[in-house]
Design a binder for this molecule. Sequence first.
Ligand code: 5RP
Length: 295
Amino acid sequence: MPDPEQVKEEKNFYPDVPARAEPFFLKGANALDWGMQNRLARIFDPQTGKTVMLAIDHGYFQGPTTGLERVDVTILPLLPYADTLMCTRGILRAVIPPTFTRGVVLRASGGPSILKELSNEQIALDIEDAVRLNAAALAVQVFIGGEYETQTVHNMTRLADLGNCYGIATLAVTAVGREMVRDARYMRLACRICAELGATYVKTYYVSEDFETVTASCPVPIVIAGGKKLPELDALTMAYRAVQEGAAGVDMGRNIFQAESPVAMIQAVREVVHGGRKPEEAYDCYLTLKQEAEG
Ligand code: 5RP
């Protein structure tokens, strides 16, 4: 009820102040709906426009990967340093505390194990379950040039349609078959196809030559996978170069959780991605934090 005794009747409509119309901070994301942008802001840090995603979904096709045998023991201590966690719904429900409030990117494709043809994936998650789990994005492998190329592209387009209904982003993961050449030409092809067909952002591998042509020709953000375990300085150098050459961050797994000191490594990766620190400086941070962690 309005207060009849109210004395302050004067209103101010600020007619001279133009309405705010700030562009959204992520490449290719201006036309997305509020819910999708809000979820993306839980994946990418709005201050830096970048992300350190921690990828721990490897078990969905390769079982208990080294470093992930006990996610509760090895991964939970890393969560405070991850902008986003990429995992399966099984691990999320069984192990990850629901007090984790940052973005969760849910593995949404699967099927074959390492014993079979890897590209023969199907959609492995209902959109209702993704909503129930409050997912920020759904991750789906796309095997361009692979045996089941069309099927995996269709998995992605279907998930993008479902995600668009509910404001959940689609992360297309450009999966490279064992026999394929990983060069900029291939990555440009794969990333661009994923973006053209509806991916909100794309995960790909870093290539040391012409990576900037991969990021430049992809109209949505690109994050890089870490790939096989490298010496820590090499992994930091790869992350640094990728970001300098246009990547919006990393989605790193083994190079973090298989590091000698995972908790030090994820912080060093943050220094590179969010702080713009040179790899050698970040490696010094790694050594210092590792020493501290060892007491
Ligand atoms: C599986 C994935 C993994 O999440 C991805 O490979 C990231 O992990 P890593 O940095 O260990 O390569 O998408 O296909």
